[in-house]
Design a protein around this ligand. Structure first.
Ligand code: R5P
Length: 291
């Protein structure tokens, strides 16, 4: 049975449709003091061992602190209902970018979260975390799913001499996988500098050959939109045809969307690891291969 977190309902339904797992109906309420009252309504028939002999698959993007707690509650509800085995799919893992203590006194938040998640599950599946090495923080087996090939799906068929460009070298593998899935085009990368105190980003286009081409900017996450809006800015005056943005996790916090739209884009799409209006392609077919 698939137990969806409140931020992963569409993906959970697609995963259920792609596998022979049932989709649980979960209610996401609160107690009067504001604490989360998450309940698997499908298990409310009084049968204490409703999941005996079954695998429970918790699918929960931990996009907020509440979502983290919701994940722990769903794991516990699955155990309470007698599930034989609990698998936890985290399509977008919050705190994953805090994979080290950046300043003295800070925690390794990704490790703290991973340890908590590990207490309630037999196995974890992560979709394209920013740093794949965070799998080592979990105390249970942790599998990775690479969603980059899905980024080709929403792109128009007839791109003109496309080049898939990552904003920094670290993301060029994602650009290459998206290009491979699209079936043609080049892959390249810009150079990025981030000032961690102010949050500002500077993009240097380097030698990337974008002139006269359709450019597909590719990254794992679009959060504040600073990286992508600066990347679009770096294309100006370089005789670019059309510019698109694709990303795995369309976090789009604050005014990110406005920033990108006003920078001049032909289209922006992401996957359904986060449920946004731009979530135009699903990672469900990739996850389904695991169940
Ligand atoms: C960082 O290196 C990631 O790959 C993304 O580039 C980053 O998280 C995007 O963040 P923002 O949209 O805030 O610039």
């Amino acid at each position: 049975m698939i137990l969806p977190g409140s931020h992963s309902q569409s993906l959970s339904a697609r995963l259920a449709a792609a596998t022979d797992h049932r989709l649980a109906r979960v209610s996401y309420d609160r107690f009067p003091d504001g604490e989360l009252c998450t309940a698997v309504a499908s298990l409310a028939d009084g049968n204490e061992a409703a999941l005996a002999g079954e695998e429970a698959v918790v699918v929960c993007s931990t996009v907020s602190s509440d979502a983290h707690l919701e994940l722990l509650q769903l794991q516990d509800a699955a155990r309470e209902a007698g599930a034989d085995r609990v698998t936890t799919v985290i399509p977008y893992m919050g705190y994953a970018r805090q994979d080290e203590a950046f300043k003295p006194g800070q925690p390794v938040s990704a490790r703290a979260v991973a340890r908590a998640v590990s207490t309630g599950t037999d196995r974890v599946v992560l979709v394209s975390p920013h740093e794949p090495d965070i799998t080592a923080f979990f105390d249970v087996p942790c599998d990775l799913v690479n969603a980059a090939p899905r980024l080709a799906e929403p792109l128009p068929d007839g791109l003109d001499d496309p080049v898939f460009v990552a904003p920094d070298e670290g993301a060029v593998g994602i650009a290459e996988r998206a290009r491979d899935a699209y079936g043609r085009g080049a892959a390249d990368y810009f150079e990025k500098e981030r000032d961690y105190d102010s949050g500002s980003v500077t993009i240097h286009p380097g030698n990337a050959d974008v002139s006269g081409r359709d450019v597909v900017l590719v990254d794992d996450i679009v959060a504040t939109g600073a990286t992508m809006s600066e990347s679009i800015e770096a294309l100006h005056g370089r005789d670019v045809n059309r510019a698109y943005v694709v990303c795995i996790h369309p976090l789009l916090v604050g005014n990110a969307r406005t920033k990108l739209e006003s920078a001049g884009l032909a289209g922006i799409w992401g996957t359904d690891t986060l449920e946004r209006d731009v979530s135009a392609t699903s990672v469900a077919p990739l996850l389904a291969d695991l169940f």
